[in-house]
Design a binder for this molecule. Structure first.
Ligand code: PHE
Length: 337
């Protein structure tokens, strides 16, 4: 093919594209129109593109420009047709075929649920099973059995949501420790996910209802070494081996000694490192084992409780817990996987 033939064929193709679109049945759908155009033009466009490479070098600039004009012209032919469809359909009573379809929402897991599922997967590998308990709980399971002294401030109305005198919305998942130990003899290794309730204002760092994940291991001869080794192994699997963790002293009425586990976030070089507390933990207080009817001379155990929302927040750099708990789809859909 020489330059003249190239230019002639490019012009001819543009002309036949216009003719084809002009002769379409009124109302032909855009996709169909594109298909028809493609059937006529694809082969010829390919032939011209191939010829660009075989033309003598001095003819290539002119041919290249003609080829570009042709592709633009073909695009414009389609755009014009789409525009004509839109205006033809914009009259009263007409169906607007260009109107976007109604969005189909696809369900997805919540970022807090993803954290819970991941952690549950790790503890399953470590030999834990899932245990559940009621959200409406008695004061005895929520406090008394867990060795809270009778006048403990957490029991007061401004912290706890009472349903009746003696029935409340559980403020933590720890009552399920006692329920589990009443139903199953040691060795016990359970992970307890669940929602808990506190009489807090809904602000950047507090939610009146939020998820907790509790862990409990009770057997003969369990010591703090088991707690530390298991939780460090959990952190290694959850965060990867490079993340630093540390344990520090803490206090809970139902564990003795009590500790907290922090993970380092940010730069791990020591300068940008921040410590975020991800759980409270400790050896199960003998009084708790006795509440469940176990012999605390024979059995020992360890437990932890963590807030998966906090973990999701540090994972995704979210600085306001309300984002996780007020169910705004525009926020949540970022996490669909
Ligand atoms: N129940 C404690 C809380 O809600 C967490 C915890 C659980 C601490 C188990 C130690 C052991 O803060």
């Amino acid at each position: 093919m020489d330059l003249n033939e190239f230019l002639r064929r490019a012009d001819a193709l543009e002309a036949s594209a216009r003719t084809l679109v002009a002769s379409l049945q009124p109302g032909t759908r855009l996709d169909d129109a594109k298909g028809r155009l493609n059937a006529v033009a694809a082969e010829e466009v390919a032939a011209l593109r191939a010829a660009l490479r075989t033309l003598p070098p001095e003819d290539r600039p002119a041919a290249g420009q003609a080829f570009n004009r042709l592709s633009q012209a073909l695009t414009r032919v389609v755009e014009n047709y789409a525009a004509s469809l839109r205006s033809a359909n914009s009259g009263v009573g007409a169906t607007d075929l260009s109107m976007p379809a109604r969005t189909q929402w696809r369900g997805a897991r919540h970022p807090v649920t993803m954290v819970i599922d991941e952690i549950a997967g790790i503890f399953r590998e470590l030999g834990f099973t899932i245990a559940l308990g009621p959200e409406a709980e008695t004061a005895w399971y929520n406090f008394g059995a867990l060795n809270f002294p009778p006048d403990h401030p957490a029991m007061e109305l401004h912290d706890t949501l009472y349903l009746r005198d003696d029935v409340l919305l559980r403020t933590h998942t720890s009552p399920v420790q006692v329920r589990t130990l009443q139903s199953y003899r040691p060795p016990v290794r359970v992970l307890i996910p669940g929602n808990v309730y506190r009489r807090d204002f809904f602000d950047a760092t507090h939610a009146p209802a939020f998820a907790q994940l509790e862990g409990l291991a009770v057997d003969e001869g369990i010591s703090f070494v088991d707690l530390k080794a298991t939780l460090a192994e959990f952190a290694r699997r959850f965060y990867g081996g490079t993340r630093r963790v540390r344990f520090g002293p803490s206090y809970f009425p139902f564990t003795e000694p009590s500790a907290q586990m922090d993970v380092g976030v940010g730069l791990q070089d020591g300068r940008g490192l921040r410590w975020v507390e991800i759980m409270g933990c400790g050896l199960v207080h003998p009084a708790v084992l006795e509440s469940a009817g176990l012999d605390s001379e024979r059995y020992t155990g360890w437990a932890f409780g963590m807030g998966p929302a906090r973990i999701a927040m540090s994972r995704h750099d979210i600085n306001d817990i309300r984002l996780l708990y007020d169910s705004d789809v525009r926020f949540l859909e970022q996490f669909t996987s």
